[in-house]
Design a protein around this ligand. Structure first.
Ligand code: GAR
Length: 207
C-alpha cells in the first residue's frame, strides 16, 4: 500500500476528493494532511475523516524558506511517504525540499499549463479571450508550476463567465482529475490522463 501525504493551505476540497478516492482496491492510502496555517479549513475535514493532521506555520520562518522546509521535512518524514500531493499548498518550494522528495511529488494547478503559471489564472484566461480553461496535475520540480504533465482536464469558458464562475467549473474538474492521476501514479503509470467536461459543449465560444 502506497503512503500518501497531502499538503494544503485552504479549504482542502481537492484533499477531500483525493482521500475519498483512496478506498477499497486503491493502491494508496492517506497518512497525513499538513497545512502551513492552523486556519486552513481542510484540517478539520481531514481530522473528521480520521486522518492525522499537522501544521507547520511558515510565518515564523519569514525570509528563510530552507528553514521552513527543514521543519516540513522533519514533520513529513516520520510518515515515510511514497507520494506527496500538493493540493492548493500555496508556498513556493526550493530545490532543498524538491530534491529531498524528488520523484514522489504531485501538484495541481488551475490552468492548462504551460499557460498561466502563478496566480489569478481564471481572470487571465478570461482576459486573453480563451474559449477553454482547465487544470493540470504535474510532477513537482524546483520551477514554479513546472514539471512533467501527468494529466489535464478541460472545461469550456462560457460567454458570461466571471473569474468566480470559471473557478468553480474548473474546481469540479480538479476533483475528477487529481484522483484519476493519483491512482495511475500510485500504480507506477505516468501515462497522461485527459479529461473533458462531459456536461457542457466544448465548442462554446465567448461572445
Ligand atoms: C485549487 O483550485 C488549486 O488548483 C489551487 O488552489 C485551489 C485549492 O482549493 N492551487 C494553486 O493555485 C497552486 N498554484 P482547495 O483547497 O479547495 O483544494
Amino acid at each position: 500500500m502506497k503512503r500518501v501525504v497531502i499538503l494544503i493551505s485552504g479549504g482542502g476540497s481537492n484533499m477531500v476528493a483525493l482521500c475519498e478516492s483512496m478506498v477499497r482496491d486503491h493502491p494508496a492510502r492517506p497518512v497525513l494532511v499538513l497545512a502551513n496555517s492552523e486556519d486552513a479549513g481542510g484540517l478539520r475535514k481531514a481530522a473528521d475523516m480520521g486522518i492525522d493532521t499537522a501544521v507547520v506555520d511558515h510565518r515564523p520562518f519569514a525570509g528563510d524558506r530552507v528553514a521552513f522546509e527543514e521543519k516540513l521535512i522533519e514533520t513529513i518524514d516520520p510518515y515515510t511517504p511514497d507520494i506527496i500531493c500538493h493540493a492548493g499548498f500555496m508556498r513556493i518550494l526550493t530545490e532543498h525540499y524538491v530534491t529531498h522528495y524528488a520523484g514522489r511529488m504531485l501538484n495541481i494547478h488551475p490552468s492548462l499549463l504551460p499557460k498561466y503559471t502563478g496566480l489569478n489564472t481564471h481572470a487571465r484566461a478570461l482576459e486573453a479571450g480563451d474559449t477553454e480553461a482547465g487544470c493540470t496535475v504535474h510532477e513537482v520540480t524546483a520551477l514554479l508550476d513546472d514539471g512533467p504533465i501527468l494529466g489535464q482536464g478541460t472545461v469550456p469558458i462560457l460567454p458570461d463567465d466571471t473569474p468566480d464562475t470559471l473557478a468553480s467549473r474548473v474546481l469540479k474538474m480538479e476533483h475528477q482529475l487529481y484522483p484519476a492521476v493519483l491512482r495511475r501514479f500510485a500504480e507506477g503509470d505516468k501515462t497522461q490522463v485527459t479529461l473533458r467536461d462531459p456536461t457542457l459543449p466544448i465548442s462554446a465560444h465567448r461572445a
